[in-house]
Write a new protein. Structure first.
Lengths: 200, 284
């Protein structure tokens, strides 16, 4: 019934008491928002909680929503703010980072060091899996500012203008962050260049 | 979009290979678990219920709501007060008008009726309560002027009534206040008699309707009573003057007639008149 309806129209309908419109919005955006949050925070349980909280905030703020605002910009701003808050809290709790030593002994390496090498990939499927995990680790190693821009740009196909709106910085700053993020990823994944070539 | 012009990072092979990796990662996106979905929908329904516009009210409900507003209530109060004030003012005007009419009648009646009788003052005619006892029946119609049709129709009806009484036999028939037996005569024929003999039901109506004989009579009584006192003094003075002038003319016949009138009206004035030499000569 509402499959062709724009997000903004659905939101206006929900404002008028149409619960079905919100259901459509939820089914449309739940998965991408969840994966954005998951890639941002790197933890499934936290991602679930943050996804729930993000849509709860949408419900609470539905009355104040204006038709002129793009719904996805509003939704991802909420999700991004939740992620930023979560990572800040985690830093305060001194969670182990990917670059940090796994334990206190000097012999132990980083998480990236123990990632499976290309010699372990026996078939294409395992190569893909290995690459995905490596990429996930590399993305997690980016700074928060670079990671959020990279995820929105490459995984959600957002234009730079919208990313700038979500993050709340100028568009040029977003582009700059994107450039640095790609550069860092390239460096991080340089040793997997050959593996990436083998991937479909 | 990744290959758009504003993309950064170059289009080198290494980056393209990496991009192919995260594009394949997108395909393997996980579905979020359904945990908490019910709670989310319940919250959404609750919020939708609060956001939903109230059901449209009927026209009369809206009108009632408008009338309940303080400005409208204040306006209604002012309207009622003004209406009451206007009503009272109109009523006072009509009462004053009635008084003026009765005064005029008195003034008109006083010169004609030379032998006006001084009567006790009566209270002004006020609307009597319905529970009050009816005033006593007026004087017999023969002494007062009445509409001619009442007189002409009266005898045959009385005969009929008598016939009925004698023929019926079972006691006196139920005679209405107007004097007609119930159900025998048409009310239209009885009407003049009722107007003549019946008591004055509402004094307030008496001034307005002069058609009813009894009511007219009561008005005339009032007029005479009120007119007698103020008219007496100027009349005597006038008669005294006329008498003196007649005495000066040596018209003793007129002097005697006038003196008789003065004596019947005011004995004191007659004594003063008698002290006049010219008058005394005529009277003697």
């Amino acid at each position: 019934m509402f499959k062709e309806t724009a997000d903004e129209d659905l939101m206006v309908m929900y404002q008028k008491g149409e619960v079905r419109a919100f259901e459509v919005l939820l089914s449309r955006h739940r998965k991408p928002v969840y994966n954005f949050i998951l890639r941002f925070v790197g933890d499934k349980e936290t991602a679930e909680d943050l996804l729930q909280e993000a849509f709860m905030r949408v419900i609470k703020g539905a009355e104040a929503y204006k038709r002129q605002a793009k719904f996805t910009t509003w939704l991802y701003t909420i999700a991004r703010n939740l992620c930023v808050d979560q990572t800040r809290r985690r830093k305060h709790r001194k969670h182990a980072s990917l670059d940090a030593p796994m334990d206190s002994s000097e012999e132990s390496g980083t998480l990236l060091d123990v990632l499976p090498g290309n010699e372990m990939a026996s078939d294409r499927k395992s190569v893909n899996k290995q690459l995905h995990e490596t990429m996930q680790k590399a993305i997690a190693a980016l700074s928060d500012e670079q990671r959020e821009v990279f995820l929105m740009r490459e995984f959600l196909d957002m234009p730079f203008k919208q990313i700038a709106d979500v993050v709340g910085v100028p568009e040029n700053t977003v582009k700059s962050r994107m450039r640095y993020a790609l550069e860092k990823l390239r460096l991080e994944l340089d040793e997997y260049k050959e593996l990436a070539k083998a991937a479909p | 979009m990744s290959s758009s012009d504003d993309d950064h990072g170059g289009d080198d092979d290494q980056l393209n290979q990496l991009r192919s990796v995260w594009v394949s990662m997108r395909e393997s996106d996980e579905d979020p678990p359904d945990r908490g979905l019910d709670a989310l929908m319940a919250a959404a329904r609750t919020k939708a219920a609060t956001m939903a516009p109230p059901p449209s009210e009927s026209f009369w409900t809206k009108v009632l709501a408008v009338f309940r507003r303080p400005p409208v209530l204040a306006l209604a109060s002012v309207t009622v007060l003004l209406g009451g004030a206007l009503f009272i003012a109109n009523r006072r005007d009509s009462m004053q008008r009635e008084e003026t009419v009765s005064e005029r009648r008195e003034q008109g009646a006083s010169p004609a009726g030379s032998s006006a009788v001084v009567a006790d003052p009566e209270p002004p005619a006020l609307p009597a309560p319905e529970s009050a006892p009816p005033p006593p029946a007026l004087a017999p119609p023969a002494e007062t002027p009445r509409p001619p049709r009442a007189i002409t129709k009266r005898p045959p009806r009385e005969e009929k009534e008598l016939d009925f009484q004698t023929k019926g036999g079972g006691g006196p028939p139920a005679v209405t206040e107007a004097g007609a037996p119930g159900g025998i005569e048409e009310p239209a024929k009885i009407a003049p008699a009722s107007a003549t003999r019946g008591p004055i039901a509402k004094p307030a109506d008496a001034a307005a309707s002069s058609d009813s004989f009894g009511e007219t009579l009561s008005l005339d009584d009032e007029a005479e009573t009120k007119a007698a006192r103020p008219a007496k003094q100027p009349q005597v003075t006038q008669l005294v003057k006329q008498c003196e002038s007649a005495a000066a003319r040596n018209d003793c016949a007129a002097v005697r007639v006038l003196a008789k009138k003065i004596q019947s009206t005011d004995a004191e004035a007659h004594k003063r008149l008698a002290s006049n030499a010219a008058v005394a000569r005529c009277l003697n």
